[in-house]
Structures are given as C-alpha cells and as structure tokens.
Design a protein around this ligand. Structure first.
Ligand code: SF4
Ligand code: SF4
Length: 317
C-alpha cells in the first residue's frame, strides 16, 4: 500500500498561520502565478521521513526553536492588522540607513532589495506587497563544521527561529514610521526565497541549490519583509554568476552527499525553473541524521572567503 506523505498532502499551514484570516478591506493580497511551485513544509518532511527514535531525540534539542519559529509565523500573519495605511510610500536615506543598522544589530548579515516575481510565490499562497527587503542570517561556521551533529542541527533551527524574530521586528520598525509591511519568516514562508534573494543580488544558487553568498557562502538562512515602499534601492545586477562556473570545476557537494540527492546536471522543471536535488532522497538523511547539512559543510564557500576563491578561480581560468 502506498504510504501517505503529509509533506505531499499538506501544502498549507493551518489557516491561523496564514494572512487570510487577518485581511482587512484595504488589503489587496497578491496571488502566486498559476505555474508557481508548491511549497515543502520542513516540519512535515521531518515527520514523514524521520524514524520515531530520531523524532523524539531531535525534538529534545530543537523543539523549543521549532515551536518558537511557528510562533513567529503566527505573529507575521496576524500583525498585518497593524499596518497603518498612512499613504507613505517613499523612504528617505536616513530612515533606510537606520533600518539597515537596526537589522544588522539584530544579527542580519546582508540585506538586498527586489520586486518579487509572482512565479516565486508558492502556489496557493499570497503576499501583501511585491517590493521586498531580503535578509540573510549566518549559520555559525564552527557549528556547521561539526555536521551532522546535535550542535549543527540546533544551529540550523536557531537561524530558522531567529530570522523569524528579526523580520517581525523590522516589520514593526517600518509600521512605527508609517509604512505598511508583511514579514516573511524562514519557516512557513510564502515565497521561494532563493530566486528572490538572487534577484536581490545577494548570491546565486550553487550545484546543491543553496544560495551562495559573499558574506557566508551557503551557511545562510533567508527571510524577507514585503512592503509598498516604492523607492527602495532595488538590485540592478547580480555579480555572482561566476560561482556557477566554479561549481562546474568543484562538484564536492555531489561527492559528499550520502543520498546521491544532488543532480550532477541541474534539471529543468515543467515551470521552467531549476531543480538541483531530489528532495525525496535528501529527506531521509535530513530527517534522521540531525539535518545532514553535509553539502553546506563541505562547500568551499563555507570555509574559505568568497573573495579569495574568486581571485584564485580567475587566475586559473
Ligand atoms: S542535506 Fe545531505 S542528503 Fe540533503 S542534499 Fe545535502 S548532503 Fe545530500
Ligand atoms: S560544493 Fe562545490 S559544486 Fe557544490 S555548491 Fe559548493 S562550490 Fe558548488
């Protein structure tokens, strides 16, 4: 008998964790493109593929962070009711600089700006505004070096939780200054953050599909704040294209993956977007062995500075 997988069946979080119950007459939510991808909810993958022993063991360590992340998801949904709708749609350089300094004081590594392509909103989901501030938070190098382990697993979920806290605080910062905002946390996000972060100029996806950034390589967690501010410094170009050429000479993540989950040649999905890994193969080690994370751990960009790799690569090319 075919096994019923919750992560295949359940594509949406419970309604109270989405913006729909909190919408007001003035809200005009933006729907996904008809060909948009369906989401994959990480907690359900762990339930589907993790053994009972692994689930019990892992929940001891990450339960508080996972429930905290869900709490932030709930806050991001219900707090859209606090949007002031004051009509303010431009931000002055000083306020933007204060916002960036505030986000960095909370632990953000890098910030990018873009207009979200509705193809990247997950099928059946909505966001309130298309203009986006995109954030990265770094996963600690030393903890990821120990992957797969309890410390690296805790680090993965620490960043899921903390970036959720941060985007809610940044959304509050904007609302207090008269702007509308919708916080998009890492767990239960409404969009596929990697292509959005690429459009924001923050990095590019490597062979493992992870975003490779200048600040922290692939050791990042992503989140966003959507707003109707119109004069954000939207990214005009992405300087990270060379990383794709680097990947062709590297392939370390493919060799280190215990599940042969990473495609040697990136595939193209029916929607035209890329598929880097077979998620059903990755799900087993991810769920049973402390989040696996070997592809991130062994990526040269996790351990060597981005600029150093770039200079060396350019000299060899
Ligand atoms: S997390 Fe592990 S199993 Fe999944 S793609 Fe990375 S190395 Fe492979
Ligand atoms: S390990 Fe190598 S091939 Fe894989 S993403 Fe990193 S640089 Fe690219």
């Amino acid at each position: 008998m075919k096994r019923i997988l919750l992560s295949e069946k359940i594509k949406k979080a419970p309604p109270f964790l989405t913006i729909e119950p909190y919408l007001r007459a003035q809200d005009k939510p933006i729907a996904s493109h008809p060909e948009a991808r369906e989401p994959r909810l990480v907690p359900l993958v762990v339930i589907d593929y993790g053994s009972l022993a692994a689930r019990i063991r892992q929940m001891r360590y990450i339960g508080r962070l996972l429930f905290g992340a869900v709490g932030e998801m709930w806050k991001s949904a219900r707090s859209i009711r606090q949007n002031p709708y004051s009509g303010k749609k431009t931000i002055d350089p000083q306020t933007l600089a204060e916002l960036e300094a505030y986000a960095k004081s909370l632990g953000i590594a890098e910030i990018g700006y873009t207009v979200v392509n509705p193809r990247y909103i997950f099928r059946g989901f909505h966001i309130l505004f298309l203009n986006a501030l995109v954030f990265t938070i770094e996963m600690d190098r030393e903890k990821i070096r120990q992957a797969p382990s309890i410390p690296s697993f805790i680090e993965v979920f620490r960043t899921y939780y903390e970036v959720g806290v941060i985007v809610n605080k940044v959304a509050d910062f904007l609302r207090q200054r008269g702007y509308n905002a919708h916080a998009g946390p890492a767990v239960g996000g409404d969009v596929n953050y990697i292509p959005v972060a690429i459009d924001a100029g923050l990095g590019i996806s490597g062979k493992s599909g992870m975003l490779i950034t200048r600040h922290s390589g692939p050791r990042v967690r992503l989140a966003a704040v959507y707003t109707d501010i119109e004069n954000l410094p939207f990214s005009q170009e992405n300087p990270h294209g060379w990383v794709r050429d680097y990947c062709e000479t590297c392939n370390i993540c493919i060799q280190k993956c215990p599940a042969d989950a990473i495609y040697p040649v990136t595939r193209t999905l029916p929607d035209g977007g890329p598929a880097f890994i077979d998620h059903t193969k990755c799900a087993m080690p991810f769920s049973n062995d402390n989040g696996c994370t070997l592809c991130i751990k062994h990526c040269p960009f996790s351990v060597v500075e981005y600029d150093h790799l770039k200079t060396k690569f350019e000299m060899q090319s």
